[in-house]
Design a protein around this ligand. Structure first.
Ligand SMILES: NC(=O)c1ccc[n+]([C@@H]2O[C@H](COP(=O)([O-])OP(=O)(O)OC[C@H]3O[C@@H](n4cnc5c(N)ncnc54)[C@H](OP(=O)(O)O)[C@@H]3O)[C@@H](O)[C@H]2O)c1
Length: 204
């Protein structure tokens, strides 16, 4: 497994905890907003494993802050939200497709959000986040159709949990999301183009 994030110190400390002897886990510090990051990641996977079974597009930002709408001067917020939440998963998927094609029952999991389902677009607040996750759901559906039979592509809602992004008031714990994440990477390969939460299908 290759873990990617920007902060090398936090990556190292996560790796020490998860795999102290580094038998299965490598880490790579990369900023997914940078255009060259996906190619660097693909090179690292290729050099260590030569193939990829699962691309788990987890990195995401929710940066709407106090400016919650698209109509109140938040273009930079929308741009960054799209860069990390949509363009990065798209570019990673494209860069890693050749390695996924060599993997076993390869799959892409896009970590989306309940905030990005179709109905929630009617809810004000965190507009850039909602729009970027809705677009990610669209990317999931389109790639699932294009890659059917070759790579399974699904979206995953981890639920509202206590992380830096979820905040301290979230009702759930990250371990609960991890169970849902495990369920989605062990789905039958034929399941593709769907949205999942806690091991069950939900509406886009
Ligand atoms: N927590 C929730 O309640 C909740 C609910 C629904 C959906 N989600 C989704 O779940 C995913 C994980 O969220 P989280 O709650 O764990 O958020 P988090 O605590 O803020 O963690 C985000 C992760 O993404 C990495 N990251 C952010 N920007 C990056 C970039 N430009 N390049 C590389 N890595 C980057 C961060 O590492 P560095 O800072 O080191 O880069 C960190 O590991 C996100 O896609 C989020 O939208 C979360």
């Amino acid at each position: 497994m290759l873990g990617v994030a920007r902060d090398p110190a936090r990556l190292e400390s996560a790796a020490r905890e998860l795999d102290p002897e580094r038998r299965r886990l490598s880490v790579l510090a990369a900023d997914l907003e940078q255009r060259e990051a996906p190619e660097r990641i693909a090179r690292a996977v290729s050099e260590r494993w030569g193939a990829l079974d699962v691309l788990f597009n987890n990195a995401g930002v929710q940066i709407d802050g106090a400016a919650n709408g698209l109509s109140d001067g938040t273009e930079a917020v929308l741009e960054r939200s799209m860069a990390v939440n949509l363009w990065a998963p798209y570019r990673l998927s494209m860069a890693l497709l050749p390695l996924l094609s060599k993997g076993q029952e390869p799959r892409i999991v896009n970590v989306s959000s309940g905030a990005g389902n179709f109905e929630s677009l009617r809810t004000p607040k965190i507009a850039s986040y909602r729009l970027s996750k809705w677009a990610l759901n669209g990317l999931t559906m389109i790639l699932a159709g294009e890659l059917e039979g070759r790579v399974a592509v699904n979206a995953f809602d981890p639920g509202w949990v206590k992380t830096d992004l979820g905040g301290p008031n979230a009702p759930g714990q990250p371990t609960e999301s991890a169970r849902g994440a495990l369920a989605i990477v062990t789905l039958p390969f034929a399941e593709t183009g769907k949205f999942w939460k806690d091991g069950a299908q939900i509406a886009f």
